[in-house]
Design a protein around this ligand. Structure first.
Ligand code: GLC
Ligand code: CA
Length: 555
């Protein structure tokens, strides 16, 4: 049996930044609905929306205060229903982001857990420790300890892997598991087509008395370590997730369950997605991208520096994921998302390379996920105020720029290129300054455009990045690229060349990763050009690729 999602081409929308329909500076659901013709033109068939539920927006919606209501800044339930049905009318599926590892501290459950230690909601969260002593030395992903003192002053602490305003749910408690299932099914009943399970690999935690071993214990209360082995991918994740997924699939067999498995290696990815394991359909890993250590200045904090990609590691990782998941599930294929800088700022050296890398990634076997604006070649914004980053480390670095030998402008430029927030800027629909057709007022997140890319200009230009993506996606939809087998050809590390085969149909995707002209030996029967990025020349048994160029050739 085949499911629609095996052929999904996902477009990730950051709702606050896509289109503002009522001119309050914040993108909204009606704005997305207005722009469906654009998405149809691009050729995607699924949208994934970052969180849209009621939230104090400490972490841009990943802190959910009410799972059953739409954040009024983004619209109403009526708007959501209108969006779902408008999408379905044009054959676009809708995925929602589902935050299941934690809630906002403004969620009713947490408010009750806090105000009454004897309420049943206390056990919805993870309270531990006594006499103001933290249970262990684990550190949060967002800095500092995972433990925050119980505001009620009991001398206990509550657990948060992310911001302190985002307490972790206690999945050990069967009631929590039931509640989360209820929420998921509530949204599926509204007609959505699937869920992106946010940070699901963290729902299980090790014995909380267990500190992470450190060399030397200076002052136990000060030292924290991001102790991933104690809260990522533990076996109970699968145990608790299985009934959740099974129930959903029983009631909604066509629901796509897409998991965010940031640190999962390929074997775990196979575990999470094997059909007979009754868990997820596909996962997103961050393991695709290893930083090029040679480009990191050891004297500056790593988080604020632009980092290149380690291409050797990338090539190996890609082919291993393609091979290992080949008979198991569809890998996800992506270059960027809201948690990293944009492709054109982070990796692609030229516009040609942005194209050839898209070609390389999305024509492999798997489900593309295109981050909004990537199809325009959009770059990270340049921020002019440190507060825009919404990140303590970034702010500290810019404040103290002089200590690092940088001017404030230089520091802002550096962090703007390296950080995730400048990748979340408003979609530029027109060239019209200052708000580029996104809104009539200043957008919620403002910065300077780095390449003036915009929809209007690109729609009209047959050679634009947008029109390249259109061609690429229409090629992706052919049977060969949907279902063909994949294998990597043995070429040097300055190129990435693979073949897709399906019965008698066959194509080679050849991409240069080099700033030099490259010569690659190729079987002479592959001479029909299906798609080009940059420039190439074909001789009898040889392909010549100009810097960072790519080409798709068939027989
Ligand atoms: C995921 C999201 C990220 C968020 C975190 C906490 O990693 O992608 O944006 O901050 O979960 O919900
Ligand atoms: Ca709005």
């Amino acid at each position: 049996m085949t499911h629609w999602y095996e052929h999904a081409i996902i477009y990730q929308i950051y709702p606050k930044s896509f289109q503002d329909s009522n001119d309050d500076g914040i993108g909204d659901l009606n704005g997305i609905r207005q722009r469906l013709p654009y998405l149809q033109q691009l050729g995607i068939n699924t949208i994934w929306l970052n969180p849209i539920f009621v939230s104090p927006q400490v972490d841009n919606g990943y802190d959910v205060a009410d799972y059953f209501k739409i954040d009024p800044r983004m619209g109403t339930m009526k708007d959501m229903k209108a969006l779902i049905s408008a999408c379905h009318q044009v054959g676009i599926h809708v995925l929602l982001d589902f935050v299941l590892n934690h809630t906002s501290d403004q969620n009713e459950w947490f408010k009750k857990a806090k105000s009454d230690p004897h309420s049943q909601y206390r056990d919805y969260y993870i309270f531990a420790g006594a006499n103001n002593q933290r249970p262990n030395n684990w550190g949060s992903f967002f800095g500092g300890s995972v433990w925050e003192p119980d505001p009620a002053g009991t001398g206990q602490f509550y657990f948060h892997l992310f911001d302190k305003h985002m307490p972790d749910l206690n999945w050990r408690n069967p009631k929590v598991r039931q509640e989360m299932l209820k929420i998921a099914e509530f949204w599926l009943a509204q007609g959505i087509d699937g869920l992106r399970l946010d940070a699901f690999i963290h729902i299980a935690k090790a014995d909380l008395r267990q500190s992470f071993p450190v060399k030397e214990i200076a002052n136990e209360n000060d030292q924290t370590i991001v102790a991933e082995p104690f809260f990522a991918n533990l076996p109970q994740v699968q145990k608790w997730l299985r009934p959740f997924c099974e129930e959903i699939k029983k009631d909604y067999p066509e629901a796509l369950l897409l998991g965010e498995a940031a640190s999962a290696n390929v074997n775990l990815a196979a575990d999470y997605t094997a059909k007979d394991h009754h868990l997820l359909d596909s996962v997103v890993t961050f393991r695709y991208f290893k930083d090029d250590q040679r480009h990191i200045d050891p004297n500056l904090p790593a988080a604020v520096q632009p980092k290149g990609l380690d291409w050797d590691a990338f090539k190996k990782t890609q082919v291993i994921w393609q091979q290992t998941l080949g008979q198991v599930s569809q890998p996800t294929l992506y270059w960027s998302n809201h948690d990293m800088p944009r492709l054109a700022s982070r990796i692609a050296k030229t516009e040609t390379q942005a194209r050839s890398l898209a070609m390389l990634m999305y024509l492999q076997r798997g489900i593309p996920i295109i981050y909004y604006g990537e199809e325009l070649g959009l770059k990270n914004l340049l921020f002019t105020a440190k507060e825009e980053f919404n990140d303590q480390e970034a702010e500290r670095f810019i404040t103290k720029a002089a200590d690092w030998g940088l001017t404030k402008a230089e520091a802002l430029k550096m962090v703007s290129q390296a950080h995730k927030m400048p990748a979340r800027g408003p979609m530029p629909w027109t060239a019209k300054k200052p708000n580029y057709g996104f809104s009539k007022v200043s957008p919620w997140l403002e910065g300077q455009s780095q390449n003036n890319a915009n929809v209007q200009a690109e729609l009209d230009d047959p050679d634009s990045m947008f029109n390249f993506y259109r061609q690429l996606l229409s090629l992706k939809k052919t049977a060969l690229f949907q279902s063909g087998s994949f294998y990597l050809l043995a070429t040097a590390n300055d190129s990435y060349v693979y073949q897709r085969d399906l019965a008698n149909d066959s194509a080679i995707v050849a991409v240069s990763l080099s700033s030099q002209k490259l010569r690659i030996k190729l079987p002479s029967e592959y001479r029909k050009v299906m798609l080009t990025a940059g420039q190439h020349y074909l001789n009898k048994d040889e392909l010549i690729l100009m810097p960072y160029s790519g080409v798709v050739l068939s027989k």
